[in-house]
Design a protein around this ligand. Structure first.
Ligand code: PRP
Ligand code: ORO
Length: 206
């Protein structure tokens, strides 16, 4: 088998031999992701959010990013969302960001590429190697900061601050669901481009 044939055989059904997702597959992935978020993650009722504010619905994306069928879709959709950005490692503030980053790592591998991942701890670990950022070394590298959902943008900006302190070049922020409550403005004010895969309108929450 030639190297080209071999690489085709190793790609996922969603990818062609160059690792690009076809337009039809992208559309199908987006529809699947919207369905998964609506079915698994949207919970109606009064909830207290990370920021301390209250809201009348919650989007528990961990139920999607840790779902065996939906997680690979998350990886493909998020890679496609930032396909024109240049980075070689991905991660964010634990815990919501972690499976988003690893889904992208696996999607890249399935497409014959490579993407490293890292986890930004909420606080530096007090024992062991006492690291704040676990996994791939980020110093001097172009990295993408991800999040499952953003409300105020505070969590992902905490990660961005830690990454910048560690010497990473954060190229942008990407999240699965944007709640439309000020994250975009805050992240852009920090000098970063911001993209989201799904808006409230996509989830019939607007
Ligand atoms: O944009 P923000 O106002 O920061 O809110 C969004 C954050 O809230 C949730 O995490 P949470 O704080 O519940 O912690 P967890 O990821 O450890 O579950 C979510 O996963 C985001 O990280
Ligand atoms: O702001 C938050 O804490 C938050 C909102 C949301 O919809 N989902 C979530 O996991 N966190």
């Amino acid at each position: 088998m030639s190297p080209a044939e071999n690489s085709t055989a190793e790609t996922s059904p969603a990818e062609n031999s160059t690792g690009e997702t076809s337009a039809a597959q992208s559309d199908q992935d987006r529809v699947s992701l919207i369905e998964a978020v609506k079915d698994l993650a949207v919970v109606h009722g009064t909830v207290t959010l990370s920021s301390g504010k209250t809201a009348d619905y919650y989007v528990d994306l961990r139920r999607v990013t840790l779902d065996g069928a939906a997680a690979p879709v998350v990886g493909r959709v998020m890679r496609e969302l930032v396909a024109d950005w240049d980075f070689d490692a991905v991660g964010g503030l634990t815990l919501g960001a972690d499976p988003v980053a690893t889904s992208m790592l696996h999607a890249a591998a399935a497409a014959g590429g490579r993407l490293d991942a890292f986890v930004v701890r909420k606080a530096e670990k007090a024992h062991g190697l006492q690291r704040r950022i676990e996994g791939a070394e980020v110093a001097g590298r172009p990295v993408l900061a991800v999040e499952d959902t953003s409300t105020t943008g505070g969590s992902v900006l905490t990660a961005v601050e830690a990454l910048r302190e560690a010497g990473a070049n954060v190229v942008g922020v990407a999240v699965i669901v944007d709640r439309g409550t000020g994250a975009q403005e805050k992240i852009e004010a920090a000098g970063l481009p911001y993209r989201y895969a799904l808006s409230l309108a996509d989830l019939d929450l607007a």
